[in-house]
Design a protein around this ligand. Structure first.
Ligand code: PLP
Length: 232
């Protein structure tokens, strides 16, 4: 079942890339394993998946330990990170997708042994319940990071509200792309901002069409039964 799901998702990623003349090699599928155990995550790795994500610190550390024999795994922390947990996790991950405050960045600066590849989480939709900084605050936030040499802003991340329409989702993703281009054009050494982490099981095709370079996919990998992941 997982092999079939994976195969279908990989195919859909290729189709979406073809639709907008992008190279599929520029899209990394990050498997979100928060809803499954280490054994299931291990299956994915044995099928060739190299990028795994968790949204909780304890769960990531647990899986990393269980899968320690697979040294090739890149670990992504995709969830909101509490400052008091930074020291536990920051030197265990390859990517952090949810940088959303200066205080958090300062704590990372204090605890990181080397530069950390970070995505700034942007709350495009303005939904109150969502984490992330407001689009209007992005430029100032980026400037504030200039003196923190442990932070490398490799890109931007967002989540579309669950109940959004296709059109709204597309608008959110294209807005994030525009913001990303704006940062990239500044040619800041600490903020190359070439990447876009957007798209989940429901909306990864739209995200790829709008420029996603990292898609974060959970449920579509693990659900039973066949059929298309989504209809867009
Ligand atoms: C859970 C989660 C995902 C994956 O969502 P699915 O709908 O299961 O694909 C992606 N990103 C974040 C931040 C998540 O918490």
């Amino acid at each position: 079942m997982i092999a079939e799901n994976l195969h279908r998702i990989e195919q859909e990623i290729q189709e979406s890339c073809a639709l907008v003349s992008r190279n599929p090699e520029d899209v990394t599928m990050v498997a979100v394993t928060k809803s499954v155990d280490s054994k299931t995550a291990n299956e994915l790795v044995e099928l060739g998946v190299t990028d795994l994500a968790e949204n909780r610190v304890d769960k990531l550390l647990e899986k990393k330990q269980d899968l320690a024999q697979h040294q090739q795994i890149k670990w992504h922390l995709i969830g909101n990170l509490q400052r008091r947990k930074v020291k536990l996790i920051i030197n265990e991950i390859d990517y952090f997708h949810a940088l959303d405050s200066l205080r958090l960045a300062q704590e990372i600066q204090k605890r990181a042994k080397q530069q950390i590849a970070c995505f700034i989480e942007v709350n495009i939709s303005g939904e109150e319940s969502k984490h992330g900084i407001a689009p209007a605050e992005l430029d100032l936030f980026i400037k504030e990071l200039a003196s923190l040499d442990k932070i490398k802003v490799i890109g931007l991340m967002t989540m579309a509200p669950y109940e959004s329409s296709q059109a709204e989702i597309r608008k959110i993703f294209s807005s994030l792309k525009q913001l990303q281009e704006g940062v990239k054009e500044q040619n800041l050494q600490y903020a190359p901002c070439t990447e876009l982490s957007m798209g989940m099981s429901q909306d990864f095709k739209t995200a790829i069409e709008e420029g996603a370079t990292f898609v974060r996919i959970g449920t579509a990998l693990f659900r039973k039964g066949i059929g298309k992941v989504n209809g867009n």
